[in-house]
Design a protein around this ligand. Structure first.
Ligand SMILES: Nc1ncnc2c1ncn2[C@@H]1O[C@H](COP(=O)(O)OP(=O)(O)OP(=O)(O)O)[C@@H](O)[C@H]1O
Length: 269
């Protein structure tokens, strides 16, 4: 069963030319699928089409469809998609800075209308992935470090117990050590069964933990394949991993637990 299917999707903002053109992408149940591409390729547009937030940005689906957990959600509101099992963790600085860690986490669970005892139980499970946040519950999110804010953004998304998690640039602006921590959390969350669509500028990190990858350019899918094949692809290595990374990127922890180079940001942006 596929968690997410994007079928021949085209998207336009206003009267502009298509920002996504005939894009098809699948996230099989239990897998991490990573989406690479240079600035302006359409990665955020694709995420918005999945989360139901295109309209907020003045965009609309011109043709094609989005299926979440076997149901066509192309015209569903964002809240309905969340109720159906989708959550999105935006880049870490998007947490509510004036709210405490506990309040930020609670906001992620609102859609489920938990009773207090249930909320605490889910929070406990979420905090298991983020022990550091457990020590910072009363702290305002705006005072957290970049890495802690990113962990909070993911933790907040996990509070709705999603079946499908969208991660938008989780490594952005973080030091390599923290990127490695974020990477490990993503792998752990996935191992518990959550399917993940991961947009990353840090292609080495993304391809190391993904099962499958897609490359978007100019609003179109220009390449796709199993992560292990993409890691060995000379063009991808040159454009996205840095030429020196050819043959050196290691298998995904999901496949084989190893360390990885976490510093291979996209080169041709
Ligand atoms: N709200 C908007 N209104 C009009 N055009 C937009 C809007 N958002 C994005 N676009 C256009 O759609 C195209 C794809 O942009 P998008 O932000 O999806 O790319 P991206 O791959 O996420 O880029 P980046 O890595 O820089 O975030 C670009 O040409 C961009 O200018």
């Amino acid at each position: 069963m596929n968690s997410l299917v994007i079928d021949s999707l085209s998207v336009r903002y206003g009267a502009a030319s298509l920002s996504l053109e005939d894009v098809s992408l699948t996230v099989p149940q239990g897998q991490i699928v990573s989406l690479l591409g240079p600035n302006g390729a359409g990665k955020s547009t694709l995420m918005r089409a999945v989360s139901g937030l295109l309209g907020v940005h003045g965009g609309a689906v011109a043709s094609g469809k989005v299926e979440l957990l076997g149901k066509d959600v192309t015209n569903d509101r964002s809240s309905k998609r969340v109720k159906a099992g989708l959550a999105q963790a935006l880049e870490g600085r998007q947490v509510f800075p004036g709210l405490t860690v506990a309040e930020n986490l609670a906001s992620g669970g609102h859609v489920r209308r938990y009773r207090r005892a249930q909320e605490l139980e889910v929070r406990e499970r979420v905090l298991h992935h983020f022990p550091r946040l457990g020590d910072l519950m009363a702290r305002k999110a705006g005072y957290l470090s970049g890495g802690e804010q990113q962990m909070l953004a993911i933790g907040r998304a996990m509070m709705s117990q999603p079946k499908v998690l969208l991660l938008d640039e989780p490594s952005l602006g973080l030091a390599p050590k923290i990127v490695a921590d974020v990477r490990d959390v993503i792998v752990d969350i996935n191992k518990e069964g959550t399917s993940i669509l991961l947009v990353e500028q840090n292609a080495a990190m993304a391809m190391a933990i993904a099962h499958y990858g897609y490359v978007l350019e100019g609003g179109r899918v220009v390449k796709e394949g199993k992560a292990e094949d993409l890691r060995g692809d000379a063009e991808i290595a040159e454009l996205y991993l840095g030429a020196s990374a050819v043959g050196t990127a290691e298998p995904a922890p999901a496949v084989q637990a190893t360390g990885i180079d976490t510093e291979g940001a996209i080169q041709h942006v």
